[in-house]
Design a protein around this ligand. Structure first.
Ligand code: SF4
Length: 485
């Protein structure tokens, strides 16, 4: 995939897409702000969430081993996957061992991260998404573009067309005369999915949290489809990133307050499903937990970048990001779009590809993402840290292997301009003379665009007008001689 600016160009020029994104993100962000304002202790909750995550990450090996013991004691099986290929191999083998060729899925970012559906398809296994938005994406042969609302880039008319044209290919067709009324669309999805829930023998999920002390998995959701997938099949396979562990139920309580208000702006999410191993005559007969690294250990080793592993995938940062609002989610080239994608993806994959090296620049550094993040991830700090890594190059560790990345060269004209600017700022007399000359010849200065190599810079920026008088001359004139140099 090309670098972010190239990948984003089409979306930025698509007025309908920008309209869909703007409407959706502004609606969610306003609701979130109201839900958060209801809690007077929100700053304390936010600090507590960050502290719990940091402590857990510092002792991650300890908590993961504790989790493994608890899951095993409760009748589950734990598998460790170093990367996407290993996780896909494990899940595929587990499904094939059941003799089934179809699975139902709970919405899960991590299975998108590893490309599980495609890996299962290669082995002749069909994976049906059951979350409404994921279903829209799957039926439309599309990719998710938002963490919480994967089909945010689609409007109601487009969704009706996708249901009408594609539902029959994967099961029950859409009802005759389907309209674009949200209630009708939801009913069409419900009818389509009901048979799948009842027939499924294998369910695949992720988890929002894993409680180490009891080996309990937790999924929070709004539609109830997740609960159906978690309770009805005979075999349940949960693929979860190693950073999702929390030590105790007391810790979990903090996140069950932070997450719903930050993501769907609800005081409490409608469905909270928890499962611990297996239980006689209730729920799945077999439970497998696949613990996924896939670059997380590399991120953990970076003392600045590791804060990205605190993320609870609420999507609040996407909804306030001016870059995401215009570019949409596809240009980020991974399951994680928006500000969190711009810092998480380059850490999980390394900044070795053109796209991954461009992601830390997919931000205006306005800081809105940090303001709304319920676990206080300083996204701008990590962005700058990763930009430094891209510019300096040198040795990095990717999946445990030392790799050398070439320093980013940048544009030759930009480098020359920066060198010249540094020299001028080092020589105040030259700077003063240059400012006065620019003020006197300001009528000759270009109005809108720079000529030559500077032209591209003014493609997307307004050229500031040259002031009639340099600031320091104005200061001296208005405050008197001796007040400035
Ligand atoms: S970085 Fe923070 S705001 Fe963004 S999705 Fe993660 S937890 Fe939410």
């Amino acid at each position: 995939m090309p670098a972010f600016p190239v990948a984003a160009a089409e979306a930025v020029g698509d007025a309908r897409l920008r309209g869909n994104l703007r409407h959706a993100t502004h609606t969610i962000r306003d609701k979130r702000a109201r839900a958060v304002a209801e809690l007077p202790d929100w700053p304390e909750l936010r600090a507590a969430g960050a502290a719990v995550k940091d402590r857990t990450l510092r002792h991650l090996d300890h908590y993961l081993e504790r989790l493994e013991r608890a899951v095993t004691a409760a009748g589950g099986h734990v598998h460790w996957a170093a990367d996407a290929a290993e996780a896909n191999r494990i899940v595929t083998a587990l499904v094939l061992a059941t003799g089934e060729r179809e699975v139902v899925k709970v919405k899960s970012m991590v299975t998108q991260e590893i490309g599980l559906n495609a890996a299962l398809a290669e082995a002749g296994i069909r994976a049906d998404e059951t979350d409404l938005a994921e279903l829209i994406v799957q039926l439309g042969d599309d990719l998710p573009s938002h963490i919480l609302v994967p089909a945010i880039h689609r409007n109601r008319g487009e969704i009706r067309d996708i249901f009408r044209d594609r539902m029959a290919d994967r099961g029950r067709p859409a009802p005759e005369g389907l309209t674009d009324d949200p209630a009708d669309l939801a009913e069409a999805a419900r009818l389509h999915l009901r048979r799948k829930f009842l027939d499924a023998k294998v369910g695949v999920s992720g988890a929002n949290f894993m409680v180490a002390e009891t080996g309990t998995m937790v999924v929070v959701e709004s539609e109830g489809n997740g609960r159906m997938c978690l309770t009805l099949p005979e075999t349940l396979i949960s693929v979860v990133g190693i950073e999702k562990v929390v030590p105790t139920w007391r810790d979990l309580e903090i996140f069950l307050q932070l997450l719903p208000r930050s993501s769907t702006a609800e005081r409490m999410n409608p469905y909270t499903s928890m499962w611990t191993g297996t239980t006689d005559e209730d729920g799945p007969r077999a439970f497998h937990l696949v613990l996924l690294d896939n670059g997380r250990s590399d991120a953990l080793a970076d003392t600045v970048g590791r804060q990205a592993l605190r993320c609870i995938r609420c999507s609040a940062c996407l909804n306030v990001c001016p870059v995401y609002e215009r570019a949409g989610g596809h240009a980020y080239g991974s399951a994680y779009p928006g500000p969190i994608g711009a810092i998480l993806t380059p850490q999980l994959r390394g900044v070795t590809s053109e796209l991954d090296a461009s992601l830390p620049y997919a931000s205006s550094l306005c800081g809105a993402c940090y303001e709304v993040c319920p676990v206080a991830i300083d996204i701008p700090e990590v962005l700058v840290h990763l930009r430094e890594r891209v510019v300096r190059g040198g040795e990095v560790t990717v999946r445990g292997t030392r790799t050398v990345i070439r320093p980013a060269g940048g544009h030759a004209a930009e480098r020359a301009a920066m060198r010249a600017a540094r020299w001028v700022f080092d020589h105040p007399g030259v700077l003063r003379a240059g400012q006065r000359l620019a003020a006197r010849t300001r009528r000759l200065a270009p109005r809108r665009r720079l000529p030559g190599p500077g032209r591209a810079w003014t493609d997307t920026r307004d050229l500031p007008p040259v002031p009639a008088e340099p600031f320091r001359d104005w200061w001296r004139r208005s405050r008197g001689e001796g007040s400035g140099r």
